[in-house]
Design a protein around this ligand. Sequence first.
Ligand code: HEM
Length: 315
Amino acid sequence: MASSVKPPATAPSPASPAAPSAAARKTGASRERRSTHEGFLTHRRMFWAKLSGALALGLTALYIFVPLPGTHFGSSWLGYALGTIGALLILWLTMLGVRKRAITPGRWSLKGWTSAHVYLGLCVTVIGTLHSGFHFGWNVHTLAWALMLIVVASGVFGIWVYATLPRALSANRYDAEGAITERQMVEALRSIDRQIHEAAQPLDPQAAALVGQSLEQNPFGGSLWNRMTGRYPDCATHRAMMDLRALRAARQRTKDDLLGRIDALLARKDAMLDRLRQHLKLKAWLQGWLYVHVPVTFALIAALCAHVVSVFFYW
Ligand code: HEM
C-alpha cells in the first residue's frame, strides 16, 4: 500500500545545493575564525600580567605594612584610594564592550586592550578585597564584592572556553573527507531527508507514520538544556530508527528490504544530527559565558553605585 509520507520539514530551498561539494570539504573553505586567546594572553611579553601582578603585590604590601584603623578600613585614606582605583578600573574594564566594536590597530590594538582587560580584571579582585578590609556581611557592600567575583570567575571561564573549545569545534567539523561547515551539515540533512522521503513512498501507513516523525523534525529544535548538553533523549529521528528496526525484526524480510534501506538512511541522519548538535553545543558554550559576564557587570555597576551612595549617606 502506498504511504502518505509528508515532505521533510527540512525541505531544500531551490537555491541550496544538495550536499557539500567534494572540493569545499577537502579544502575546508569556510574555516572558522581562529582563536586568538594565546595572542592576547602573551601579548607584549605579558606586559599587562607583570604590571597587574606588581600592582596587586604593591597594594597588598601597603595594606599589610601601613598602620591604619582595624575597623572601617574602607574609610581610611588607603581604603578610599583602593576603592577609587577599583571603581575606576571596573568602569574601564566595562569599556571593552565599546572598544570591541571599534577597529583600530597599533599600541592600543584590541589584542592589547583585551590583554590589559584580562590581567587588570584579575587584579581588581585583589583591590576590591583589600578595599573591603575583609569585612563581609549581608549588605550592599558585600553584594558588590560578590558580583565582582562572579564577573571575574565568568571571565576566567571565558578564557578556558576560548582556549579549549575552538579545537573541539574544528575536530567535530573534520572527518576523513575534510571539513564541513554548519551550513553544509544542514544541507546534508536536507539531502538525506529527500532520500528518505523518496524511499518511503511505497511504505504502508504504519511504517510511513514512523518515518514521518523523523521528516517532521526540526534539526534546530529542543530546549536550552538540550542545546547546552548536546543531549536529545527524545530525538524523533532516533525514535523512528529504533521503532522501524523493531517493526523490521517483527516482519518477514522482503527481497528488496525497503525497511533496511530506510533504516540505513535514518542511521546516517542520526549521525549527522549528532554532529550538528555537538557543533551547536560548542558554539553555545563559546558565546554563552558572555551572557553571565556582561549582565552581571551591569548589576555590579548598579551595586557599586548603591555602595558609594550609601557610604556617603551614612558617613
Ligand atoms: C570586574 C571585572 C570585569 C568587568 C567589569 C568586565 C567586563 C567585561 C565587558 C563589559 C566585556 C565586553 C563584552 C562584550 O561586549 O562582548 C568583557 C569581555 C571580556 N572579558 Fe571581562 N570583565 C571583567 C573581568 C574579566 C576577567 C578577570 C577576565 C579574564 C580572566 C575577563 C575576560 C573577558 C574576555 C575574554 C572578554 C571577551 C573578549 C572578546 O570577546 O574578545 N574579564 N568583560
